[in-house]
Design a protein around this ligand. Structure first.
Ligand code: DGL
Length: 268
């Protein structure tokens, strides 16, 4: 396979841009194609069958664009439909967000209790528990579904009293427990990190998927001799399935007002 081919990244919406931003920092030579299914976001409130169907469609779209690797920049799809995505992707390497994040998070806990917040589908799947347990039986996961967080971020509502009240309610049990690490188990949540931090117990370490996932991607590309080492002018393509103008407005919030490209609408 040719190393100049793009990396494909997808999410149910624009939350996966938090992972994309880290990939751009760590792998500045790479051509990228991002796909956000803004017509059907949120996925995390849907049943597993629907999430699997949507995941296959997103994967097929990226394969048609001839990508060299796929990043599932969505915890919900990583939790529910990773095996289906891998099956459709065939020989193309697939990088999820859960395993690299858990590997990183277990190195940061002293109490061995990890808080995880995510969508309903992610928390109900038990994927975090399974991943954490595979790294040691001493680790305990305390999880909480936060279904209002994704729509808040997709609306660009990431601060203020109303968001704080919602976050405080969601984090009540985790704050009262023994967790010293809080995993933001949804790629939309880093946009809410300042609020989450404000309402969290003081010494809890907040961890999101962006950095560990970008590092894992780099490692996988290197192992497969797929790193693009020469490219000086990488091509960045951003697709959504609905409302590109609105997506660009919100995406700008993710990039401090300097979104690195245009956003086009596509049919998948
Ligand atoms: N960014 C997705 C995740 O990481 C959001 C899922 C949703 O659409 O509900 O889970």
């Amino acid at each position: 396979m040719n190393s100049s081919l793009p990396i494909g990244i997808f999410d149910s919406g624009i939350g996966g841009l938090t992972v994309t931003a880290e990939i751009l920092k760590l792998l500045p030579n790479e051509n990228l194609i991002y796909l956000g299914d803004t017509a059907r976001v949120p996925y995390g409130t849907r049943d597993n069958e629907t999430i699997k169907k949507f995941s296959k469609e997103l994967t097929l779209f990226l394969l048609k664009q001839k990508v060299k690797a796929i990043v599932v920049a969505c915890n919900t799809m990583s939790a529910v439909s990773l095996s289906e995505i891998k099956e459709v992707a065939g020989k193309i390497p697939v990088i999820d967000v859960i395993s690299p994040t858990v590997e990183f998070a277990v190195t940061k806990t002293r109490t061995s209790v990890l808080g995880v917040i995510g969508t309903r589908a992610t928390t109900h799947s038990g994927a975090y528990q399974a991943q954490v347990r595979s790294l040691g039986s001493q680790f305990i996961v305390v999880s909480k579904a936060c279904p209002l967080f994704v729509p808040l971020v997709e609306e660009g509502l990431v601060s203020g009293k109303s968001v704080e009240i919602i976050a405080e309610n969601y984090l009540k049990d985790i704050n009262e427990g023994n967790a010293d690490v809080l995993i933001l188990g949804c790629t939309h949540y880093p946009m809410l990190a300042p609020v989450i931090k404000k309402v969290s117990r003081r010494r809890i370490k907040i961890i999101d998927s962006a950095f560990p996932t970008a590092e894992k991607l780099k490692k996988v590309l290197a192992e497969n001799k797929l790193l693009n080492l020469k490219n000086k002018k990488p091509k960045l393509i951003f697709y959504v399935t609905d409302n590109p103008e609105r997506s660009l407005q919100i995406a700008n919030l993710f990039f401090d007002g300097k979104f690195p490209g245009k956003i086009e609408k596509v049919k998948i």
